[in-house]
Structure formats: C-alpha cells, structure tokens
Ligand binder design. Structure first.
Ligand code: DX5
Ligand code: ZN
Length: 229
C-alpha cells in the first residue's frame, strides 16, 4: 500500500490506539500480535532503542522483519537511535510503512524526512520532552506524522509529563491539521482525554494495554475516551 493510502487509513481510523511493542511478551511475539489483531489494533508502534540515544536496548530491523511475516497491521518504527540515517533502509526493507526518528538525533532532519517519503513511507518526526516546538517548526511541511514524547524516551511505565499537552496544542497550531499528531508515554485512562483534547490523533500505549487483563477491552475503553473528549 502506498504512503498516501496508509495515511488516509490512519486518518479515517483516528483516534487510534497504537500498542507499543515494548511491554509485550517477547517470548511469544506471535501470540501477542494475534491478540492485538483480535483486540482491534490497526497499527503497531515498534520501539527501537540502541542503548546510546536512550539508556536502554530493545530490538532492531531483524526482529521487525520476522514480525512482518505474522501480520498485515501497519508498522510504525519509533527509532530511538543515534544514527537513524544509517539504518533507515533496513527498517524500510523490514516492512515498516512509517518510520519515526528523533529530531535530536540527526544533523539534517529534512534530508531524512525526504528520504522516507521518497521510499513511499510515512515520514515521522519525534520530539523529546525537553525539545521546544520552535526546533521543528520549519520541518513541519516535511512531516506526515509528529510524535510528541510525553515521557523521557527509553522505558515504558513512566508518568505522563503534563507540559506535553501544551506542546501538543502548540504543534497542532503550527501543523494546522496537515500532519498526524501522536503522543507517546504515560497514556492511559486518566491521561488520554486531555491528550485528545489537546489535539492528538494517535495514542501510543504500552502499559495500559499490556498490563490489562483484556487487550480488546483496554483498546476499546481508551478509544472511546479519546473519541468522547
Ligand atoms: C518510551 C517508548 C514508549 C513506551 C510507552 O520510550 O517510546 O512507546 O513504550 O509505554 P507506556 O505507555 O507504558 O508509557
Ligand atoms: Zn515509542
């Protein structure tokens, strides 16, 4: 599917809960993917960490390539790595339809955003809690998706940073509905409504899905809260 049709699919399905593959059972990925599919997930958020850009390690393109054979869900790779330009082609070949890298990680984010679009994939730019929106203002036209981090990247299960709501509102104004807005970190039943009101379309959720007894109930409840806000 083309970048344009996946973007439309994401837009039509928003508010969208994107389960974050970080707090899942890595010993049984096939089962996790099947459970998320039957729970109604439309997109998987794949948290890639290099132990350098963030103080934690997760997995890379090789694991994503195996996951790709298990499902047709949309894959968004969230690259928390220092050299996203060096590894981009690996993630594209592994079947990621969206690639989101950090503005703090590269010298020339515009070039990389353009490379992603040229590969007919969704170009995503992630912004750390300490990085002001001014930093990305000129890059907005190159972004299909902007990911606001509402925790310091590296670990699941952290507390939502409330000032990220102001950033969401700010970026919404700058992007004017052109880019999809996503929020990542500490999203659950007590924070999702505010994040939705502030303008997020896609809600990345780790703990609040994977620690729930029933993934389907958790996704349905969160979707409903976001839609009602
Ligand atoms: C954090 C990751 C998140 C994380 C979210 O660095 O980018 O995607 O898994 O997990 P929760 O929802 O538990 O904060
Ligand atoms: Zn993430």
């Amino acid at each position: 599917m083309s970048r344009e049709s996946i973007l439309n699919q994401l837009r039509e399905n928003s508010p969208l809960i994107a389960p974050s593959m970080l707090k899942c059972d890595f010993g049984n990925l096939q089962r996790e993917v099947a459970m998320l599919e039957s729970a109604g997930a439309k997109v998987l958020h794949l948290d890639v960490m290099d132990g350098h850009f963030v103080p934690n390690l997760s997995y890379g393109a090789m694991v994503i390539d195996r996951l790709r054979r298990m499902t047709n869900l949309v894959f968004d790779a969230h690259l928390m790595i220092s050299n996203p330009d060096q590894y981009l082609d690996d993630f594209l070949s592994a079947g990621c339809q969206a690639v989101t890298f950090h503005v703090e990680a590269v010298a020339n984010p515009a070039d990389l955003l353009q490379r992603i679009r040229k590969a007919d994939a969704i170009a995503g730019l992630a912004v750390n809690p300490g990085t002001p929106i001014d930093t990305i203002q000129d890059l907005v036209p190159e972004c299909d998706l902007i990911l606001i981090m509402s925790v310091e990247p590296g670990f699941g299960g952290q507390q939502f940073i409330a000032s990220s709501l102001d950033k969401l509102r700010e970026v919404k104004q700058v992007a004017g509905g052109e880019s999809l807005l996503s929020i990542d970190g500490g999203i659950g039943p007590s924070t999702i409504s505010e994040a939705s009101k502030a303008g997020a379309d896609i809600f990345v959720v780790g703990s609040a899905v994977f620690e729930a007894n029933d993934y389907g109930d958790a996704i349905a409840e969160l979707t409903q809260l976001a839609a009602a806000a």
